[in-house]
Design a protein around this ligand. Sequence first.
Ligand SMILES: NC(=O)C1=CN([C@@H]2O[C@H](COP(=O)(O)OP(=O)(O)OC[C@H]3O[C@@H](n4cnc5c(N)ncnc54)[C@H](O)[C@@H]3O)[C@@H](O)[C@H]2O)C=CC1
Ligand SMILES: O=C(O)[C@@H]1CCC=N1
Length: 269
Amino acid sequence: MSVKFGIIGGGVMGEALLSRLVSQKIYQPTEIIVGEKSPERRNYLAHQYGVSVTDNNQIVTQVSVLLLAIKPQVFTTVAAELASPLAKSTPLVISILAGVSLSQLEKVFPQVPVIRAMPNTPATVGVGMTAISLGAQAGDRDKQIAQQLFTAVGEVVEVPETLMDAVTGLSGSGPAYVALLVEALSDGGVAAGLPRAIATQLALQTVRGTVQLLQETQMHPAELKDRVTSPGGTTIAGVAELERAGFRAGLIAAVKAAAVRSQELGTRD
Ligand SMILES: NC(=O)C1=CN([C@@H]2O[C@H](COP(=O)(O)OP(=O)(O)OC[C@H]3O[C@@H](n4cnc5c(N)ncnc54)[C@H](O)[C@@H]3O)[C@@H](O)[C@H]2O)C=CC1
Ligand SMILES: O=C(O)[C@@H]1CCC=N1
């Protein structure tokens, strides 16, 4: 079977996408090649998923879609390795690198269509959120490919590239904020006397149920908050503490700080 899909960087996000694409049979393991620097990761990915693992410059000419999933800090080095083989073939390049702009991608890969994407780690379980922005040479077929790829791991939205840093600060980084929330809720439960396992179960199901309720009813979050807060009751006592601690201001500042950091990562070189 011919190889169609290449991934450069088989770390957290490369593996998240790889695992779901294989389990959803979007690609057979034999259709995927991964370029990965770490020998341990190479062995792990080959054994875990049955994919081929090789050097970056060997991949380019064998694939029709190339996903860049290395850190932005090594983009320049990897781009230098790929530029020459890419000049001899024209796969669609999809970059998930935080901050790295379409113009940076198009500058180093001038002949190929490029798409900038920002997925997130829940892609691993098919509940990812990915935003995509198309480069100047990316056409409808390229867009379809990216949409099919990321739809297999969750929801997809197309945004103007000017919004990509904000997307990164919200949905790209967001799973970490939500994980902190779950951990802290569980800690609160333990502080209030619950065993850890029960506290974590309660925290997880509360977050999950609240999200599902908001999504299914399309209720405004403020309305749901109002419905839970009985006059003089428990919830308003908790909400008042959250306000005192700057909970909402903290989340707003976190998303903005992450968006600013995304911009900085793109202006490194
Ligand atoms: N982790 C996340 O939640 C998300 C990450 N991203 C983006 O995905 C990219 C990868 O992030 P992570 O997977 O978290 O990082 P990671 O550090 O887990 O993975 C990067 C992988 O690239 C490998 N690598 C380093 N140099 C290489 C080279 N020259 N050739 C081939 N492989 C090389 C590393 O060994 C590592 O396995 C970043 O650009 C990040 O901005 C985007 C959305 C979400
Ligand atoms: O922290 C980061 O830079 C990456 C981008 C979005 C999520 N993780």
